[in-house]
Write a protein that binds this ligand. Sequence first.
Ligand code: NAP
Length: 216
Amino acid sequence: MSADGYIDDATPERLRLSSPADFDRVDAVRADCDAILVGAGTVRADDPKLLVRSAARRERRVARGLPADLVKVTLTWSGDLDPGARFFTTGEAPKLVYAPPAPAAELAPRLAGLAEVVPAGDPLDLREVLADLAGRGVRRLMVEGGGGVHTLFLTADAVDEIQLVVAPFFIGDPAAPRFVRSGVFPQSPDRPMRLEEVTRIGDLALLRYRAGAPRG
Ligand SMILES: NC(=O)c1ccc[n+]([C@@H]2O[C@H](COP(=O)([O-])OP(=O)(O)OC[C@H]3O[C@@H](n4cnc5c(N)ncnc54)[C@H](OP(=O)(O)O)[C@@H]3O)[C@@H](O)[C@H]2O)c1
């Protein structure tokens, strides 16, 4: 995010807030996860591939008996997802779309052969989504935005760790999306997160927080 908490500007073009060194760090984190999730808003706005980019990391995953790519996951209630999006057309690992039953029934034939559409409660029940992913062998899920999905996971207290990278500039436009939207966050002044790491990446700062409820 920018120094003032924005994750994009308000223009249609994708704004890159990270540096090549940080994108490579993110690639390493991805390579250690089982699945990667972004909201349908990010699929539409950024058209991301969500692949492990480094050939060496892909080879190491295969040597560990894992698919080179991560399982890709998205959430929608509108069902507004383009089958031509790179989310669906790149990578060999399964793609999963979780939606309430009505949009799921409408989407399934449009995404046939590209993704599995899974009905998961009306309204969508995040616990049901996570239980379904766990049943598919997903133990470490990386959530890469955007603000709507960050808000959903954080307000549901479903986040163990946050890796927050702060870019050295401001956006200053209330029309731009923020790291989170408004909501009731359990990670509050009464239950602050634990700061586990501060690392400098050039002019960026990585803040790694433990966000889950204190255990023991
Ligand atoms: N800087 C970064 O690291 C970074 C990373 C990712 C994204 N971004 C930026 O973030 C912006 C997009 O953020 P966003 O907040 O608009 O979108 P988002 O969080 O990616 O997706 C929000 C969408 O996810 C679906 N969704 C969320 N909660 C749901 C629920 N409980 N049940 C069913 N569906 C649910 C809905 O899809 P439907 O609308 O289809 O119903 C909702 O509109 C873009 O500007 C992108 O560039 C930045």
